[in-house]
Design a protein around this ligand. Structure first.
Ligand SMILES: C[S@@+](CC[C@H](N)C(=O)[O-])C[C@H]1O[C@@H](n2cnc3c(N)ncnc32)[C@H](O)[C@@H]1O
Length: 319
């Protein structure tokens, strides 16, 4: 890890849909922006550049290694960026502590970075033999090892269905239980092999590894990704200045559905049942939706960056 950090090997990493983010956020020199998912700092760097290196950015990441990496990369702009090694669900509290009431734009590029998969050690890749951890925030209590080896059949099936939309969920859950009766499933390769064994060979997907959805499901579950996204979107919409924008990039349908439904809810005023003649909820819309359907990367970006393949971006504007 140390070597990867120092080698700049990942500095060539390409941030997804940067062009679209800049055109919606149009970052200004006197603006304050939130990068909810700093990662390697690519979007933050682009926002800084676009604002002539004068905007202020509050940048979150739960992963301390990504924070160190981005700090190193953005060291020239130290006075411009507040690095926050916390979960983005703490947005309200962090802004309060910084005496910031409202912001001029927010970007969230969800999930994990290729750096986190490739730099190793966390069991996020089914192609490497690593301890089954999967925590992005190492302060979390439960690892993927705990879930894989301690949940019962029903619970594992539910994780795989709800967080992986895995149609072989029950077969995989059964195989996990059978395998761990002999000895605990300790590593990412052991889990990947267990999943491969559970799905009949002729049904192995051609374009992705058979364990792709299982890995996604356990990772989402370990890191509470969907619950966190719900909380974050509510908080984020409440700190946008009128006219300020939030751009959220998601990488699978579960995330995109949450962004779509939360934006819809935040953009609607009264939510009283239709049979009530007069509004009693007094709910006011806090967001205007700017993308009725999600934006996807251009063909050119897809040619240059395979990670952008499944990206979908939705944008809202504070009211
Ligand atoms: C796709 S990467 C972001 C890449 C970044 N936009 C760039 O251009 O380099 C997502 C990052 O979000 C972080 N992350 C995921 N969930 C988070 C959360 N709930 N709070 C804060 N950071 C989170 C991950 O650790 C990861 O570094």
């Amino acid at each position: 890890m140390e070597n990867a950090l120092l080698s700049n090997e990942f500095f060539g990493h390409k941030s997804v849909m940067s062009h679209e983010i800049l055109s919606f956020l149009d970052p200004r020199a006197d603006g304050i922006y939130i990068d909810a998912t700093l990662g390697l700092g690519g979007h933050t760097e682009k926002i800084l550049k676009h604002s002539d290196f004068r905007a202020k950015i509050v940048a979150f990441d739960v992963d301390d290694e990504s924070i160190s990496f981005a700090k190193n990369r953005l060291s020239k702009f130290e006075s411009q960026v507040v690095f926050v090694n916390k979960n983005f669900i703490q947005l309200d509290k962090v802004l309060d502590d910084l005496s910031i009431r409202e912001v001029d734009g927010i970007v969230a590029d969800l999930g994990i970075s290729s750096y986190q998969i490739e730099s190793g050690g966390r069991g996020l890749s089914f192609l490497r033999d690593e301890p089954l951890d999967m925590r992005i925030d190492t302060g979390l209590r439960f690892t993927a090892f705990d879930l894989v080896n301690e949940l019962d059949f029903e619970e594992i099936s539910k994780v795989l269905k709800n967080y992986g939309e895995e149609k072989w969920a029950t077969r995989i859950a059964r195989e996990i239980i059978k395998t761990r009766q002999k000895k605990p499933i300790n590593s990412s390769l052991e889990l990947a092999n267990t999943v491969s064994n559970a799905i009949p060979k002729k049904f192995h997907p051609r374009k992705i590894h058979p364990a792709t959805k299982t890995f996604q499901a356990f990772r989402i579950s370990v890191n509470n990704e969907l619950e966190n996204l719900n909380i974050f979107l509510e908080e984020a919409s409440s700190v946008l200045k009128p006219g300020a924008r939030i751009a959220v990039i998601s990488f699978h349908s579960l995330e995109d559905r949450i962004v779509k439904n939360t934006f819809k809810r935040l953009s609607s005023s009264c939510v009283c049942p239709p049979r009530i003649p007069k509004c009693v909820c007094n709910k006011k819309a806090s967001l205007k939706i700017l993308t009725t359907s999600p934006l996807t990367p251009t063909t050119e970006e897809l040619i240059n960056n395979s990670r952008a393949r499944s990206a979908k971006m939705r944008v809202g504007e504070g009211i």
